[in-house]
Design a protein around this ligand. Structure first.
Ligand SMILES: [Cu+2]
Length: 133
C-alpha cells in the first residue's frame, strides 16, 4: 500500500496557456489518484479559465471539439461524456480545485492525455499521464 502522498499530484496554470508540468505518473499501487489543480494567475475564469481533463489520447480532439460549444457553465465539456475519465471545473485566477478518480479506469498499456477544455487552450495545454509499472 502506497503512502497517501504518492497518490496525488499538484499541478497549476497561470495567466498563460501552459501547465506547470507536462507529465504525471500514477503509481500502480494507488487505488485512487487525486489531482489538485490551482490557477495561479489573476484573470477571471470567463477570460482565461482553465481546467484539468483526463482522457485517452485518441479521444482528446473529439472531446474538445464537442465541448467547445457547451459553455462555461458546463466546463466546456459535453455533459456525461463517457470518454472523459476525470475532470475538474473551470477555475479562474486565485482559485483551486481537485478531482479524484479510481485508477481501475486506467490501463498501463494505454496512452492518456490531460488537457484544458477552454476553447483555444486545448492544443497548447496538454500533458501525458501514465501508469507506472
Ligand atoms: Cu486553459
Amino acid at each position: 500500500m502506497a503512502s497517501a502522498n504518492t497518490c496525488e499530484v499538484a499541478i497549476s496554470a497561470g495567466d498563460s496557456w501552459s501547465y506547470s508540468t507536462k507529465t504525471i505518473s500514477v503509481p500502480s499501487d494507488c487505488e485512487e489518484f487525486t489531482v489538485n489543480f490551482e490557477h495561479t494567475g489573476k484573470l477571471s475564469k470567463e477570460g482565461l479559465g482553465h481546467n484539468w481533463v483526463l482522457a485517452k489520447t485518441a479521444d482528446v480532439n473529439a472531446i474538445a471539439q464537442d465541448g467547445g460549444t457547451q459553455g462555461l457553465e458546463n466546463d466546456f465539456l459535453k455533459q456525461d461524456d463517457d470518454r472523459v475519465i476525470a475532470h475538474t471545473p473551470i477555475i479562474g485566477g486565485g482559485e483551486n480545485t481537485s478531482t479524484t478518480f479510481n485508477t481501475s479506469a486506467l490501463d498501463a498499456k494505454e496512452n492518456y492525455t490531460f488537457f484544458c477544455s477552454f476553447p483555444g487552450h486545448t492544443f497548447m495545454m496538454r500533458g501525458t499521464l501514465k501508469v507506472e509499472n
